[in-house]
Design a binder for this molecule. Structure first.
Ligand code: PCA
Length: 326
């Protein structure tokens, strides 16, 4: 009898709670890439995980395709509290600090495993730098290896002279300059149009981005060169983070860990899948020839030296630790 009464009383209390729920905190999460891209899919799952895990205390709403802020503005929007959280390719901000370009040094790493080793070493430095900008890193997911797209056959850097090249960060603009191409910055969400209208005729990017944007409609060749693997970073405004309960912070961290694992796994799976997709779309897909590869490696050495010069002791320490690691 007592038990029944208790159960009824508890039931009534639950009903009362449900009738007057605590106001959910809504966090907007701008993302620059199309909703179908694996980063955006991972972000949407992360958002769901947080909403479920915090019992609805925090509701994260993702805005893919640059619909709330285009890529280039997302970092600032988080820093200044216009949004609580967001995803950004940090190498797009290398002009603020060379460390943001650590994942875009040509030919330092070429595979997911090498890249993971570099990231592990660089991560604490990045977190420290982000903290000075009022940003807290939650998770980060790599893009697949970067290759070169053209609308013609290319066998050497000489063949690139004068080509209009779509860039997405400092390293890609510099690559264009050093190869005699003409850089034009275009967000991923806009590239199909840029290629269709001839604003750009080439880019360095992953098979994933070419596939997502159906670039075979305008371009004909994809050369695998594995130049680098840049990363997207999910960051929270540090004031928002510090105002979040420890319990909810723990949920967000745990959801971030799952997202980083799942996103990385997707990036690997997507690499082969999207190469096949580009081929099926009618593109010539394959490894760059020796001449082109040799030319690019020489340019990579110049860019690596430039990065080390700009990044000073911290940059050197990261690269040394990377080279010394097993
Ligand atoms: N896709 C993004 C960045 C790196 C990548 O593979 C882009 O092209 O903008």
């Amino acid at each position: 009898m007592t038990m029944v009464k208790t159960t009824v009383a508890l039931g009534a209390a639950t009903m009362a709670l449900m009738a007057a729920p605590a106001m959910a905190d809504k966090w907007d999460m701008p993302m620059a890439y199309s909703g179908s891209n694996f980063h955006s899919v991972t972000g949407a799952e992360f958002a769901k995980c947080v909403t479920t895990g915090t019992g609805g205390d925090i509701e994260i709403v993702t805005h893919p395709s640059g619909s709330l802020f285009p890529g280039a503005q997302i970092k600032r929007a988080i820093q200044t509290g216009q949004v609580q959280i967001g995803e950004r390719l940090l190498s797009g901000h290398q002009n603020e600090d060379p460390l943001f370009g650590v994942d875009s040094i040509p030919f330092l790493v070429s595979s997911f495993d090498e890249h993971a080793k570099l990231f592990e070493i660089a991560k604490p430095h990045l977190e420290e730098l982000l903290a000075t900008q009022n940003l807290t890193m939650v998770y980060s997911v790599p893009w697949p290896p970067q290759g070169l797209y053209f609308n013609k056959e290319v066998n050497s850097v000489a063949d690139m002279e004068g080509v209009k090249f779509r860039s997405y960060n400092n390293a890609t603009s510099r690559l264009a300059e050093l190869t005699g191409m003409l850089p034009v910055t275009v967000e991923a969400a806009e590239i199909s149009q840029a290629f269709a209208t001839g604003v750009a005729e080439s880019m360095v990017s992953s098979g994933a981005t070419g596939y997502d944007r159906k670039v075979w409609e305008s371009l004909s060749h994809f050369y695998e060169v594995d130049a680098w693997l840049p990363r997207n970073y999910i960051m929270v405004n540090s004031d928002v983070w510090n105002g979040t309960s420890e319990a909810n912070q723990n949920v967000i961290k745990a959801c971030g860990e799952i997202a980083e694992y799942a996103g990385t796994w997707r990036a690997k799976e997507y690499t082969g899948f999207t190469m096949a997709g580009l081929s099926a779309g009618g593109m010539e897909v394959g490894r760059a020839g020796d001449q082109l590869m040799g030319d690019l490696k020489a340019i990579g050495e110049t860019m690596t030296a430039e990065w080390l010069e700009a990044a000073g002791a911290t940059g050197q320490a990261i690269v040394d630790a990377y080279n010394a690691a097993e």
